[in-house]
Design a protein around this ligand. Structure first.
Ligand SMILES: Nc1ncnc2c1ncn2[C@@H]1O[C@H](COP(=O)(O)OP(=O)(O)OP(=O)(O)O)[C@@H](O)[C@H]1O
Ligand SMILES: [Mg+2]
Length: 525
């Protein structure tokens, strides 16, 4: 429709005013754009619609811009003669003669511009012709503006329609008291009603809203009546089949009367389901973590109690053998029983300490002499060392500062490292099996312990995972020793690490903070 109008306008203007070429120019996005071009050859006028920016190649830009700015017509009887626009590139280049630029203005607004030229003759655009053109122009301006408004309205409506028909969210039009007037498929699907139900007026807010949501819904409507819009809120709808659907609702009134409103409705079922699934996953995760912790706890206890149990069995065997002799040496048997009691107590202590570790309670805070701890462990190891033909060297630094902690737990750590070292040297046959336990200082505030062997050594790939629970390369290994040991050392504020030992074997280092008055004071109770 607009195209037809433009074409007629331009054709009439060119034919009537004797133009050789005519352009219709409209303001577009802050600039000017050529919308149509009419050209004549002989007695025929051809009109072509286009969308080209105004440029010096197409028209005398200075003339057109002047007319657009001042809203005044520009008429040049002979553009080749001296005039205010003589410097214009187009005029010079095209040798323009008669030029006319007529702004079409409606209520002070520039709606379009008519540009005509005739390069064959001067003074083509006579006052009489211009008067007719002006009349034509004012009619055209009116129609052009109307069609612009119409087009804008159409575009806006298309956008809104797109939103409604895309059915991404539910859209509902309602008057406040009566049934829902209009709803898109998204909304109808959500509440399980058909379009026929809608047409028959069977969709009422009251029926769609379960009783406990009436108050919230009424608050929303009251807000729309009072302010023209309402904050979005969550509610539930009753479906036709009686089930419920959770939704987010928001709305706004139409115009000033506020008798009708449009509301959007977003289905929250999916989100609710996701939230519930997330909650279930959390609960499951918590359970798994608990079970894993329990599993590790059981494994840790089994691991740490193995050694005292083995000692108890050996002592009991020895005691029985003594008793079976013709003249049993009861003093030796009694010693064996003492040892059994001691080892039993040790096992009980170990269990107690591991429970502490698992519940993450702080270790005991005794002043412990690391060298004494090492000597304790050596006495527990004697039998193992002999059995495996291992030579032990102790390099203990005298005058070592004390550390703060739990003596039994620290014994466990050194015992685990020493037993691993003995295991690692089992395959060694071509060189001495040497275990070195060393104590020393690191700086002025740390005590170190090193447990070094001449065994199989550590694969570089394994260095990272040695300390993981259940990592073991041994056929009967539980893989708990290093994991327990690291937890204990870290609970003491220290570090446990491993390095390969040249040329053979491995070395495990412990560093522990030395007991200073400040540390004793700050140690968590
Ligand atoms: N001194 C060492 N030399 C070489 N490899 C070692 C040494 N100490 C530990 N490893 C490696 O680290 C792994 C884990 O040690 P960890 O003490 O945690 O478990 P494990 O000794 O295999 O079993 P267990 O739970 O019975 O102690 C071992 O299987 C071994 O491969
Ligand atoms: Mg071990």
């Amino acid at each position: 429709m607009l195209e037809k109008l433009v074409e007629t306008l331009l054709r009439t203007a060119v034919e009537h005013a004797g133009g050789e070429r005519g352009l219709l120019i409209v303001p577009r996005g802050g600039d000017l754009s050529i919308q149509a071009e009419a050209t004549t050859s002989g007695s025929t006028v051809r009109v072509r619609l286009c969308e080209t920016p105004v440029s010096a190649a197409a028209l005398p830009a200075s003339v057109v811009r002047y007319a657009a700015r001042t809203r005044e017509s520009v008429i040049l009887d002979d553009a080749s003669a001296r005039n205010p626009f003589s410097d214009d590139e187009y005029i010079g280049h095209r040798r323009a003669r008669s030029v006319l630029c007529l702004p079409l203005v409606k209520q002070g607004t520039l709606v379009a511009m008519l540009y005509l030229e005739n390069n064959l003759a001067p003074s083509v655009f006579t006052p009489a012709r211009i008067a007719v053109l002006q009349l034509l122009a004012s009619e055209a301006a009116m129609s052009l503006d109307n069609s612009r408004l119409y087009r804008e309205l159409q575009e806006r409506e298309a956008k809104i329609r797109r939103l409604v028909e895309a059915n991404i969210i539910g859209v509902v039009i309602t008057d406040f008291d009566g049934p829902i007037i209009e709803a898109n498929d998204a909304f109808l699907d959500m509440v399980g009603y058909s379009r026929d139900d809608l047409m028959a007026g069977r969709l009422q807010w009251t029926a769609l809203t379960p009783p406990e949501w009436h108050a919230a819904t009424q608050r929303g409507m009251a807000q729309i009546r009072a302010t023209g819009r309402c904050d979005s809120y969550e509610k539930e709808f009753s479906r036709k089949d009686g089930t419920r659907v959770p939704a987010l609702v928001g709305g706004a009134a139409f115009e000033e009367t506020r008798t009708h409103a449009v509301a959007f409705v977003v289905d929250l079922s999916e989100r609710r389901r996701a939230e519930e699934a997330l909650q279930r996953a959390h609960a499951e995760l918590a359970h798994i973590t608990r079970v894993t912790t329990l599993g590790e706890l059981a494994a840790s206890i089994a691991h740490e109690v193995k050694q005292p149990l083995a000692a108890i069995i050996a002592e009991a065997d020895a005691g029985r053998n003594w008793l079976a002799m013709p003249n049993p040496r009861l003093d030796v048997v009694s010693e064996a029983l003492d040892a059994i009691a001691k080892d039993g107590q040790r096992a009980a202590d170990v269990i107690q300490r591991i429970r502490q570790l698992a519940t993450k309670t702080e270790p005991r805070k005794d002043r412990v002499d690391v060298n004494e701890v090492i000597r304790d462990v050596v006495s527990l190891l004697r039998a193992e060392l002999r059995r495996h033909d291992v030579v032990l060297t102790l390099e203990l630094e005298a005058e070592l500062p004390m550390v703060l902690g739990d003596r039994i737990q620290l014994q466990q750590v050194i015992l685990n490292l020493a037993i691993n070292a003995i295991d690692a040297m089992a395959p060694t046959v071509d060189r001495p099996r040497e275990l070195v336990i060393r104590s020393g200082r690191l700086g002025c505030d740390h005590v170190t312990i090193a447990v070094q062997d001449s065994g199989v050594g550590i694969e570089p790939d394994d260095l990272d995972r040695l300390f993981n629970a259940f990592f073991s390369t041994k056929p009967g290994g539980m893989g708990m020793g290093l994991s327990i040991s690291r937890s204990i050392v870290e609970a003491h504020g220290g570090r446990l690490s491993a390095t390969p030992n040249a040329p053979h074997g491995a070395c495990f280092y412990i560093s522990l903070p030395a007991a200073t008055p400040a540390l004793e004071r700050d140690w968590p109770k």
